[in-house]
Design a protein around this ligand. Structure first.
Ligand code: FUB
Length: 326
């Protein structure tokens, strides 16, 4: 296994890691950041990725393998640009790659592509998932085999623009003293290619049951959801965006509500922070990214991992980025 807190690979820039154990190996599905100069803006135009590579780690002392290009935007009919944070799932003897991209009208949608191998190549469906919008899909398959997609991101991810249920190009987010927007969740159909139902908004509340407010930027949902279970509880983790934390909330069902619990990781080098959590060979790991390899360029990031520890009461021990060795 590569060293903790060092880039998994250095020959390309990678970000937004979604890690899964498939066929006994750790597979990582990252975004593939391009090595070119772009002007940064709140719309996220600097994240203009075009394809995906799949990475894998077979054993604790083995290397991280890049399996090469698994899907390119030119092969996705409905997508025009910005192949952002993907995720993968296995069901029906098939591997599914879920990915957001802007369609030909500039609206983020979420697509799906399939393969018989966890490393791809993936064949995209001709159209995006009907009823999908915004970014950062994370797919979780529960113990009863029901699959759920969590998604949504503010600002460049366009979540604010869907508050009415349709796309309103100039819509703004809620006032600071109003409840924050939650991520969305939709159960997937058995073939994993469509939503079984219209996406629902997830409620994230504080310990007293009050909704986290939009102005509470250290706790409110921004982007990059992830779902995992630990000791029978459902852990929804995400990025707080403008305050750059990875945080989590815990619930009793895959669709919530979720009670905010605390921080997982303090801000990394670079504007975005994005993660996944996976158990591999008896230990828990946090996969994350930072911009250390590029010397701090927001849009040239590198995926890393570090061990994650729980306290006896199920809370997660906060990791201090400045103390992680790299
Ligand atoms: O990589 C592009 C975007 O940056 C992702 O979709 C967000 O989660 C953030 O990491």
């Amino acid at each position: 296994m590569p060293k903790q807190n060092e880039p998994l690979v250095t020959h390309i820039y990678t970000a937004d890691p979604s890690a899964h154990v498939f066929e006994g190996k750790l597979y990582i599905y990252p975004s593939h950041d391009l090595d070119h100069e772009m002007v940064s803006n709140d719309n996220g135009d600097q994240y203009d990725m075009e394809d995906y590579h799949v990475l894998s780690i077979e054993s604790l002392d083995g290397p991280c393998v890049d399996h090469g290009e698994a899907l390119h935007v030119k092969d996705v009919k409905w997508a025009k640009q910005q192949m952002w944070a993907p995720d993968a799932a296995y069901k029906n003897n098939t591997y599914y790659l879920f990915f957001p991209a802007r369609d030909h009208d500039g609206i983020f949608r979420i697509g799906v592509a399939t393969s018989s191998s966890p490393s791809g190549p993936f064949k995209p469906e001709p159209d995006y998932i009907p009823g999908s919008f915004s970014i950062d899909p994370a797919v979780f398959i529960d113990k009863d085999d029901r699959a759920y997609m969590y998604f949504g991101g503010l600002w460049g991810g366009q979540l604010e623009k869907w508050q009415t249920g349709s796309f309103v190009p100039d819509a703004e987010g809620p006032a600071p003293d109003a409840p924050a927007l939650g991520p969305r969740v939709a159960e997937l159909s058995d073939d994993m290619l469509t939503f079984k139902e219209a996406p629902k908004e997830i409620s994230i509340v504080d310990e007293d049951g009050n909704p986290i407010l939009a102005g509470d930027e250290e706790r409110r949902y921004f982007e990059g959801p992830w779902m995992h279970t630990y000791n029978g509880k459902y852990y929804l983790s995400y990025s707080t965006g403008s305050t750059h934390y990875l945080v989590y909330a815990v619930g009793d069902s895959p669709t919530g509500p979720f009670v905010f619990k605390g921080k997982i990781l303090t801000p990394v080098l670079g504007w975005t922070t994005h993660h996944s959590i996976v158990e591999f060979q008896g230990k828990w790991y946090l996969f994350y990214h930072d911009s250390s390899l590029s010397g701090g360029a927001d849009n040239k990031r590198s995926v890393k991992f570090t061990e994650l520890k729980y306290n006896e009461d199920g809370t997660i021990q906060t990791l201090d980025y400045d103390k992680l060795k790299g």
